[in-house]
Design a protein around this ligand. Sequence first.
Ligand SMILES: NC(=O)c1ccc[n+]([C@@H]2O[C@H](COP(=O)([O-])OP(=O)(O)OC[C@H]3O[C@@H](n4cnc5c(N)ncnc54)[C@H](OP(=O)(O)O)[C@@H]3O)[C@@H](O)[C@H]2O)c1
Length: 314
Amino acid sequence: MVMHGKDSPLRLSRRRFLQGAAGLVGALSLPVMGQSQSKLIERPIPVSGETIPILGMGTWQTFDVAAYPEMVLRRTEVLRTFLERGGGMVDSSPMYGSSEETLGLCLERLSDRGSLFTATKVWTPMRWLGIQQMKQSMQLWGDDRFDLMQIHNMLDWETHLETLKAWKAEGRIRYIGITTSHGRRHEAMEKALSREADFDFVQLTYNLLDREAEDRLLPLAADRGIAVIINRPFRGGDMFDLVEEKALPGWAAEIGCDNWAQFFLKFILSHPHVTCAIPATSRVDHMQENMGAGVGPLPDPATRRRMIDFMQTI
Ligand SMILES: NC(=O)c1ccc[n+]([C@@H]2O[C@H](COP(=O)([O-])OP(=O)(O)OC[C@H]3O[C@@H](n4cnc5c(N)ncnc54)[C@H](OP(=O)(O)O)[C@@H]3O)[C@@H](O)[C@H]2O)c1
């Protein structure tokens, strides 16, 4: 796991520097207090019209700590902050070690689940193993239904789709999804989404450096009325390493960015076909930063172009 702790003082001083710069920030973006009180932007799930917050939370690696009670307590605070700031989707998978168990332990400690939208995955070949795995996920999360069940990395997807349709009809899950990441299997995904009418969500990787999905998958999802979840918004954390010694450009304040996390996330969230992004973090201060991306202005097409060009100079 990449640790970014040493970045925090740098980002603070950068923030103070920007705030001091000719009163620019005060005029154009909300102060941090104001941001925490604002409601997150929401987007509709096309198939139902139900809206969900534009920011969710991933759990790969960051929540794989069920065996360590101290860490479970710290992740509980991460999840509490996420929900208090109006976060929606929490995404996990049986592939993520003990993350689902950790989530169950965290949720037990929280009295208010806010706008929680539960999302996990089935990640195994074979129908009966899939059913067993999904039942186990329910036990681990401490719930007897999920808002969204996704087929992880398209594994044996035609088999699981039949089970998921039946489970949806029975009310055990509300939506059906399918995932990929790292730009893998886009062609196969395109075929699956074009052929099957039953996918309500697709999850894929999209960020300032990985933009292949713009060409075909994002427009296809919009055409087919499929909600889009964005994974690896920070390329697994690598994007912070790229900008470690770099100051945010002054114009980032115009779109309400106080830090790099918000710069990266606001680019993703401003794509019109994105329903929500699911950044992962193990830290409350990082969660606070990330949630700040879901309020205030989003970049317009010209600013998005500027962000892309800027990243190419790094
Ligand atoms: N095929 C699939 O279905 C698939 C594949 C990949 C991912 N996913 C889902 O997508 C989620 C997100 O992707 P990801 O976890 O790979 O990567 P990510 O969200 O792009 O990056 C996570 C990393 O960024 C760091 N970070 C987060 N906020 C930060 C901040 N404000 N400042 C500095 N560093 C920050 C985290 O470190 P700290 O802990 O120190 O904050 C962590 O190391 C996953 O957790 C998972 O739920 C699904």
